[in-house]
Design a protein around this ligand. Structure first.
Ligand code: LR7
Ligand code: MN
Length: 548
């Protein structure tokens, strides 16, 4: 009896020991010895020198990673715009060169908040997607990762989404239709449970100690939106190419809202571990406090598929009281591709223009005209309703785009222009507008409306007043003194001067008169006492002076 009791106790104790070993990850050797199909990955050392092992649960990489399709074999770049055969050959848990500056390694990080990792994917290759997930599990202290939320944007292969949740912490949500990366990420953010959201593209590999400096910065400054330095994973060889440490490039753009990398302003002096301000983020990889993301209205879900969302988020972060930064101690590799490997239902140009237009219309104030100047065809493209986004901006009481340009991105100069004035030509609450129903196009007064681009006039040095390629035109003979909007022709009938709040026609010496505001504006003898000839004009040249 005594013997039996002792045996029982021994059994219980050894079971407890086995359990402890199992959960601490030290049983790998046993599983391996007995061929128990359980997959483990062990980590690199964390920032503070610790390692950990992560179980892949019942997930079996061997059966998940499939042999390449015939089309992949024929042209390995066809389906993904990277060499998928090469990617398939590389271990899903490969080691990476630690690309951080030495000074990053000595920094202890304590009391960090946990994060939810959100990855939207559409027709991603299995091997790159798995490497993204595994790199996160391998190189992040487990207590900092609450969950990895994969949003399958209605990829052709639904099986991926059924297999990956076998990995602990991984959840997959499949969209019912293709939504694009913007709405997919918003879906992920809505499901996330941690205080901090961390977004990744579906073909990344995070490097040693990537997360701690991002979380540290958010804990220190909750409105900071932080991005790692992106190392390059080569599309042909899948070599991991360490981005140079000096200079650390930051994000910029041109007036067409095309993103570019550029060196930071010369005046800035940094320690290698200091965060760098960046005017915009590249878009794919960053951490943000969940409550800050929600307060800012997440992303604009009126945007489709791809593009523009990095501008929307960056502009509003800056303009509404936060900052966008690159934290150089955080490193993440990304496969930079030369083309989109997937279809856009509306074509890529249309979609990106539509998204960019929404950004310009909601956030860029009078500076949006530079966007249209760079992308003239954008004016004709529909972009959906934006009233809710404008309301959001008002509620958040954000600063102007002029503030943003002057304080955050002064390197972006307005294009050289012969414009003297830009904006609305007003009489009280009424604005000079065109009457689109009529041909020839008559000019009228309409209640001022910030949504009507046809009320925004550009008065050029030479004297022409233009909107959307049309010029204010008047001639006693050809227009019967009505003021029409006609194609600009450099003709004398299109030259106007300003005189004491009057708009004077050069050819006739007469004034723009609103005596028939609904039927059409006309030329009439100038009369300084006539209120129907008095205009409230935009401030002269105000975009050229930097002291707004
Ligand atoms: O319809 C789609 N649905 C998706 O879920 C299209 C794409 N996606 C997913 C896709 O699988 C990927 O995970 O969205 C992610 C981004 O798509 P990519 O990898 O084709 O985009 P990209 O790397 O060329 O583009 C950059 O700009 C985009 C603008 O919308 C996004 O912000 C990307 O996240 C962003 N990537 C980066 O910032 C990494 C560095 C590239 C640069 C510069
Ligand atoms: Mn990408």
């Amino acid at each position: 009896m005594k013997k039996y009791r002792r045996l029982c106790a021994l059994l219980i104790i050894s079971m407890i020991i086995l359990c402890v070993l199992h959960y601490s990850g030290d049983l790998q050797f046993l599983y391996k010895a007995f061929f128990i199909p359980k997959h483990w990955i062990s980590s690199d050392t964390d920032v503070d020198g610790k390692t950990h092992s992560v179980s892949l649960g019942s997930f079996d990489p061997g059966s998940y990673l499939q042999p390449p399709s015939i089309s992949d074999q024929k042209d390995p770049f066809l389906n993904h715009a990277f060499n998928v055969l090469k990617s398939n050959d590389i271990p899903f848990d490969r080691p990476l060169p630690d690309s951080r500056n030495k000074r990053c390694k000595a920094r202890p990080f304590t009391d960090l908040p946990a994060t939810s990792v959100i990855i939207a994917y559409y027709n991603e290759a299995r091997s790159t997607l798995l490497r993204t997930v595994v790199s996160v599990l391998r190189r992040t202290p487990p207590e900092l990762i609450k969950e990895i939320l994969l949003i399958d944007d209605f990829s052709d292969d639904a099986e991926v989404g059924r297999l990956l949740p076998e990995i602990p912490k991984v959840q997959v949500y499949r969209n019912k239709k293709r939504e694009g990366l913007i709405r997919s990420r918003v879906r992920g953010a809505g499901l996330a449970e941690s205080e901090v959201l961390t977004f990744l593209d579906s073909h990344c590999e995070v490097n040693v100690g990537w997360l701690e400096p991002l979380l540290y910065r958010i804990a220190e400054s909750p409105k900071a939106v932080v991005c790692p330095i992106l190392d390059v994973i080569n599309t042909s060889t899948f070599d991991y190419i360490v981005a140079p440490q000096t200079p650390v490039v930051v994000g910029g753009f041109d007036w067409g809202l095309n993103f570019k990398w550029e060196p930071p302003p010369q005046s800035m002096v940094f320690r290698p571990e200091d965060p760098r301000k960046t005017a915009v983020m590249a878009g794919g990889v960053f951490s943000i406090s969940r409550s800050w993301f929600n307060k800012l209205g997440k992303y604009d879900t009126g945007m489709d598929i791809w593009g523009g969302e990095n501008f929307e988020l960056s502009f509003k972060v800056w303009m509404c009281g936060g900052q966008v930064e690159i934290v150089p101690c955080s490193r993440v590799g990304h496969v930079f591709r030369k083309r989109h490997p997937y279809e856009f239902p509306d074509g890529d140009t249309n979609t990106v223009i539509r998204n960019s237009r929404r950004v310009a219309e909601v956030w860029m104030d009078e500076y949006k005209k530079y966007f249209y100047k760079k992308k003239p065809s954008a004016r004709m493209k529909p972009f959906g309703r934006i009233s809710n986004r404008k309301k959001l901006r008002n509620q958040l009481q954000c600063r102007s785009f002029a503030w943003y340009i002057n304080n955050v991105y002064p390197a972006l100069k307005p294009p050289v222009s012969d414009e003297v004035m830009y904006g609305r030509l007003k009489q009280g609450d009424l604005c000079l507008d065109v009457d689109t129903g009529h041909v020839p196009i008559i000019t009228i007064l309409r209640p001022c409306d910030t949504d009507r681009a046809s009320q925004e006039w550009s008065w050029k040095k030479r004297g022409d007043i233009t909107n959307n390629g049309l010029c204010l035109t008047a001639n006693p003979e050809t227009t019967h003194s009505y003021i029409l909007a006609k194609f600009c022709s450099q003709d004398e009938s299109q030259i106007w001067m300003e005189r004491k709040s009057q708009i004077v026609h050069n050819l006739t010496g007469q004034c723009v008169d609103a005596r028939k505001p609904d039927i059409g504006l006309v030329l009439a003898e100038c009369d300084p006492n006539n209120t129907q000839q008095k205009w409230i004009l935009p401030v002269k040249n105000h975009l050229h002076s930097r002291d707004l």
